[in-house]
Design a protein around this ligand. Sequence first.
Ligand SMILES: Cc1cc2nc3c(=O)[nH]c(=O)nc-3n(C[C@H](O)[C@H](O)[C@H](O)COP(=O)(O)OP(=O)(O)OC[C@H]3O[C@@H](n4cnc5c(N)ncnc54)[C@H](O)[C@@H]3O)c2cc1C
Length: 438
Amino acid sequence: MGTSFWAMSASLPDLETFRSEARKWLEANGEPLPTVTATVSEEDSDIEWGVGSDNVAVFHNRTEEQEAAMLAQAQAWQRKKFDAGYGMLSWSEDVGGRGLPMTYVRAWNAEESRYVIPDAGELPPTSMGLIAPTVAAYGTPEQKARWIKPIMRQDEYGCQLFSEPSAGSDLASVTTKAVRDGDEWILNGQKVWTSGARFAQWGLAITRSDFDVPKHKGLTAFMVPLDAPGVEIRPIRQMSGGACFNEVFLTDVRLSDAEYRLGGVGDGWRVALTCLGFERDHSGGGGSSMGGGLKRVMATARHFGLTDDPVIRQMLADLVIHQKVSQYTNRRAAASLKAGQTPGPEGSLSKLMWTANMKRVSDAMGRILGARLIADTGEWGTFAWTEQVLGAPGYRIAGGSDEIQRNIIGERVLQLPAEPRIDKDVSFSEAQRLARKS
Ligand SMILES: Cc1cc2nc3c(=O)[nH]c(=O)nc-3n(C[C@H](O)[C@H](O)[C@H](O)COP(=O)(O)OP(=O)(O)OC[C@H]3O[C@@H](n4cnc5c(N)ncnc54)[C@H](O)[C@@H]3O)c2cc1C
């Protein structure tokens, strides 16, 4: 741990001093982003046609070795940052953070954005943005000390063992069984769609510890060491090419109660909701340009001389309008959070708009590129878009599907009647029996 970390955490630094120290540190340690000279146009000032990567994949398509190498780069940067005191700016001091307000985080992000930040896909943000804060919310002091700093320094990664073949949108229906055996628990079941599991050391699992109470009440969460005997991880190949997801089989996996249970027995639903809350903030707010944003679409339309085509102009205008509306909604949500209000259905609105805009990008690029989208001619900035088009639908499912977001908006914004729930007040085993009968 660098000495500057502790020296700076003693009191709140002046924001401008903080910013200039961050700038100096970045100058000494970071790799500045390349400055582009010849550009496609002034509005697309950071896209030089044919130069640099044309990767617009939503999900990466890499070999295991490439993925490991990318993670190693992300780790190296994060460790440097962490050791200099920039890894846990807003985290509270009792778990190793600096307890700084969000204005400092924003100042750091703005400075850091001028430098190369190695991108290694979903696992680092899932670990640091979802798993670590959930451990902070529910962990014992020993568990917080065990996991938070190693995850925030990217020494270790954590993934979400939530979904199962018969429990996705209705997550409270998980059937992975956790049975108490003295000071230990024995886990049996199957998880699916686990992003990043092959490279993670830990999986936050939601399991069923009691079948005789209503479904939300019989769940318990565990941090599962993924190298434990009985854990088997199998990759799933996706249509865009890569294998970001996995099936995770748990067979007689023995876990110490004191070490690995996260939250109380029967508290698993609260743990899951907390983690999903972080996921919703994470998916709705950021990533607007994931898989290639507006600038790339415009640059491509210009490159192929299509900005005079009335149908394409209409599509581009539609895209600009919807992206602006989405930005304003995100800003409104951020402003209400800043004003101390609890996150509301804006998260659902933001997520819906974000995924709808990714689809608009796909549709516009289909029209702009035509056959170039499906025939790989080796031409820069063309066939690469297949990975955007085939990957974008995934985010209409991840983190709460479109239909689930619409249900939330229907109930919480439009005050429509809630969906009928036959399983609310009956035990989970009785609910399963009723479901089989219906
Ligand atoms: C990119 C990506 C990453 C993921 N990463 C992870 C991960 O790391 N860990 C993990 O545990 N899971 C992960 N998942 C799984 C994800 O959480 C589930 O796919 C999601 O919750 C939907 O569940 P399901 O696939 O079982 O579909 P289902 O829940 O079976 O839904 C099928 C269809 O029915 C609709 N539907 C379901 N219920 C309702 C309802 N009440 N009203 C109206 N329509 C409804 C859905 O919208 C959907 O169209 C990931 C998925 C994706 C796509």
